[in-house]
Design a protein around this ligand. Structure first.
Ligand SMILES: *[C@@H]1O[C@H](CO)[C@@H](O)[C@H](O)[C@H]1NC(C)=O
Ligand SMILES: *[C@@H]1O[C@H](CO)[C@@H](O)[C@H](O)[C@H]1NC(C)=O
Ligand SMILES: *[C@@H]1O[C@H](CO)[C@@H](O)[C@H](O)[C@H]1NC(C)=O
Ligand SMILES: *[C@@H]1O[C@H](CO)[C@@H](O)[C@H](O)[C@H]1NC(C)=O
Ligand SMILES: *[C@@H]1O[C@H](CO)[C@@H](O)[C@H](O)[C@H]1NC(C)=O
Ligand SMILES: *[C@@H]1O[C@H](CO)[C@@H](O)[C@H](O)[C@H]1NC(C)=O
Ligand SMILES: *[C@@H]1O[C@H](CO)[C@@H](O)[C@H](O)[C@H]1NC(C)=O
Length: 681
């Protein structure tokens, strides 16, 4: 893939052009140039950053041991319970769905039930659980349940017997009750919040593990269960799309091609090289996956959601879908308008419209947010606000200084060393890729500012650590267990985006060359990342046509209106998308304009946004106006500094507030957080 990353320089590469220095770039190309490309808006940007984060390679988080042990092993009864379409069992570290080839999957799955509740993953005590029995370690705690759902591989061909096995994880808020009868031990809530973190390629099961307790609190005061699934092709669903046998193979491959336009001396040669790489990558996908690439379009994912709704036994879908998830939601709502219950689409992409709008506000976020808020917060909270050469810088001067530091990397990559990987180089493309990724999450800005400040003063230690953490998938220090050998499902992203856009005309390499130039001029930060769609013109070489794509309309009359949330400084799904979608959905939607930083409303929280989402999920209450403005409660660099409602007590905020700020730990936390949303292309 062209977005591959390199820690080594291209040999003998002469000086490239300087990156653009204008402080604000604006969209200037006529729309028609773009509208010919139909590609889903990608939430995630920086291809090689996926996975391989230390601590995330375990399939499941470590079991939380309750304070008191020794409970009788059968007090909660047996799982899976009869008539449960998801075959839920309490999750333990081994609850992975049986192999799709397994002739007796139900039996194999039932064997995974571990009756010892000490091994189960219990939630924290919930705010709504009231008084709890002192000596019952499980009282008042929700529980994580694991299951799976088989759906057709090809919804359009009844004679194709193949299936997809969707992995499902549910955080059940209601406590398990004592075993008194066959089916009395699980109580589902009246509605279940079905969540998707985006991508394409984000893992819904992992999202559930990390965020479900927060989501149920935030959206329903802890009242509703939260269910996440790995979409077809993703992670623990089967089959999973991986076009390389091992992650190490992919790392080697990605080494070769990630060069941003500003960092190559021959655009033409680089484009030819990327083109050949892309062709080979898609061929490898074809060789390894066969026709699977025809069955992963967003329309099929929407059909899967409908199967999930039915399996839940709920008449209407309740959902919280983020980023590319909003594309699934839009598609779902219009394919199944009579099943729409309470659906929040946060960080709205434009389904069926090419993601060029994603370039809208990236420079604004950099300028007003990353740099502007840094100067406002001051040197105590942001390293880049410190004096340079004894002089305090204006916003304009700071922009020029930082971009000078970054631009110099084009011709002078800086040597670095990390304990884990040894020799490395700090290079232009990687640093810019890391900046784009950081704009998704303002909680990472303090760390990034520190890294760029130190880099500008000749110290590459942090830059080396940050890039190492962001780029590699294969971790050679991990034991070679069977599960760690399974490659991550990275190429699923390409398969989805390219199948949704399969009938794009092939405009030829000169056309693409021009697009690359325009995109990087529009945004020096994200133009290169977003150019990955270049790979898609190879799709039809190998798969003539996906089984189904949904091309609208998006204006169907829905059973209930959906709630859209769009952010003013979103570097991936700008407000313009939300407004366009609102215009199209009209009475079938309301929009919250979330004035804040980062991608989707979860990073720069607003009590106002949260209250409206909760009223909608709990009571179906819609904001009165078509469009409602909400403002973030806090400011970047100052999260948790003033005790401000305490809505977020995460380690990042705590670390940022305390004096012992650890930029590497903060950066890794940021990567874990954004990894949730899927591969960064
Ligand atoms: C796949 O899912 C498991 C279990 O939820 C998680 O630990 C892992 O990080 C996920 N991998 C990817 C690539 O998302
Ligand atoms: C559960 O509680 C612990 C301790 O208070 C806290 O550190 C952790 O973040 C909580 N987890 C969730 C998912 O809320
Ligand atoms: C439907 O599935 C059958 C069985 O796999 C296959 O032979 C046939 O070619 C498929 N039809 C289409 C239109 O894909
Ligand atoms: C991709 O590679 C295949 C096999 O070598 C070749 O036939 C095809 O023309 C290539 N496609 C493009 C667009 O370069
Ligand atoms: C986002 O971009 C649009 C289109 O360029 C622009 O009109 C709007 O003012 C920008 N928003 C911010 C917050 O800068
Ligand atoms: C370089 O930066 C690292 C990480 O911030 C720091 O530990 C180290 O002391 C710095 N080295 C010098 C020579 O200042
Ligand atoms: C929906 O949009 C399509 C195309 O934009 C238009 O032709 C159609 O009349 C619209 N339908 C409704 C009910 O507004």
């Amino acid at each position: 893939m062209e977005e591959a990353s390199a820690l080594v320089p291209k040999k003998g590469q002469p000086e490239g052009p300087e990156p653009p220095r204008r402080s604000r770039e604006r969209f200037t190309v006529p729309n028609y140039v773009w509208q010919v490309i139909i590609v889903l808006e990608l939430l995630y940007l920086f291809y090689p950053t996926l996975a391989s984060l230390p601590g995330t390679n375990q399939l499941f988080p470590p079991t939380r041991q309750p304070a008191h042990c020794g409970a009788s092993s059968s007090r909660f009864g047996r799982f899976p319970q009869p008539d449960d379409s998801f075959r839920f069992i309490p999750c333990t570290s081994t609850s992975l769905p049986p192999a799709i080839e397994d002739p007796n999957p139900d039996e194999s799955w039932a064997k995974l039930f571990d009756p010892n509740p000490d091994h189960w993953n219990w939630g924290n005590r919930t705010s709504s659980s009231g008084s709890t029995e002192q000596n019952d370690p499980y009282a008042g705690r929700g529980i994580y349940m694991c299951g799976y759902l088989d759906v057709p591989l090809d919804y359009t061909n009844k004679s194709d017997p193949r299936i997809v096995r969707l992995a499902v994880t549910k955080f059940q808020v209601s406590v398990l009750s004592e075993h008194t009868g066959a089916s009395s031990t699980t109580k589902k809530t009246e509605r279940t919040i079905v969540v998707n973190p985006g991508g394409p390629g984000g893992s819904g099961t992992e999202y559930t593990w990390r965020a479900a307790e927060d989501i149920t609190e935030r959206l329903s005061g802890g009242r509703y269960d939260v269910l996440g699934w790995d979409p077809r092709g993703v992670n623990t669903s089967q089959p999973a799309v991986a076009c390389f046998p091992h992650d190490a193979d992919r790392d080697r491959w990605t080494l070769a091609t990630q060069k941003y336009r500003a960092a190559v001396d021959s655009n033409k040669m680089q484009l030819d090289l990327m083109n050949a790489y892309n062709n080979a990558t898609l061929r490898s996908c074809w060789e390894r996956q066969g026709d699977l690439g025809r069955f992963v379009s967003t329309a099929f994912v929407a059909r899967d959601v409908e199967e999930i709704r039915k399996a839940l036994g709920e008449e209407e879908l309740t959902g919280f879908m983020v980023s590319y998830g909003t594309g699934i939601g839009q598609t779902y709502a219009n394919m199944f308008p009579n099943s729409v219950g309470r659906l929040i689409l946060d960080g709205t992409e434009l389904a069926g419209g090419f993601g060029w709008t994603s370039l809208d506000n990236v420079t604004d976020a950099w300028h007003d947010g990353f740099l502007g808020e840094c100067l406002k917060a001051g040197p105590e909270h942001c390293a880049l606000a410190k004096d340079v050469d004894g002089k305090s810088l204006s916003l304009l001067e700071l922009d020029v200084w930082v971009r000078g530091v970054i631009g110099d990397l084009v011709s002078h990559p800086l040597p670095a060393y990390t304990v884990k990987s040894g020799a490395s180089l700090v290079m232009y493309s990687e640093v810019v890729g890391a900046i784009y990724q950081s704009l998704y999450n303002p909680h990472s800005w303090k760390a990034l500012a520190q890294m760029l400040y130190e880099l500008g003063h000749g110290n590459t230690t942090l830059a080396g650590e940050f890039l190492e953490a962001a780029i590699w998938q294969y971790d050679p220090t991990l034991p070679c267990t069977a599960s760690s050998k399974k490659p991550s499902s990275l190429e699923l992203t390409l398969m989805v985006v390219c199948s949704d856009a399969y009938d794009d005309k092939d405009w030829g390499l000169e056309w693409w060359e021009e697009k690359w130039e325009i995109m990087t001029k529009l945004s020096w930060i994200s133009g290169d990342s977003r150019f990955f769609v270049f790979a898609c013109h190879h799709y039809t070489t190998y798969w003539p046509k996906p089984a189904e794509v949904y091309r609208g309309d998006l204006n169907h009359t829905l059973k209930n209106p959906v709630l859209l949330v769009a952010e003013t400084y979103d570097p991936a799904t700008p407000l313009r998308n939300g407004r366009r979608l609102l215009a199209e959905m009209a009475d079938n939607a309301r929009l919250i304009v979330h004035h804040g930083f980062g991608h989707s409303s979860g990073r720069d929280r607003s009590a106002c946004t949260d209250a409206r989402m909760k009223a909608y999920i709990l009571d179906g209450t819609l904001p009165e106006d078509q469009e409602t403005a909400c403002y973030a409660d806090e400011k970047p660099y100052l999260y948790g500094v003033k005790k401000n409602g305490g809505f977020e007590a995460g380690s990042l905020a705590a670390a940022a507030a305390g004096s012992g700020f650890d930029p590497v730990a903060s950066w890794r936390e940021h990567l874990r957080e954004t990894q949730l949303m899927g591969p960064r292309i």
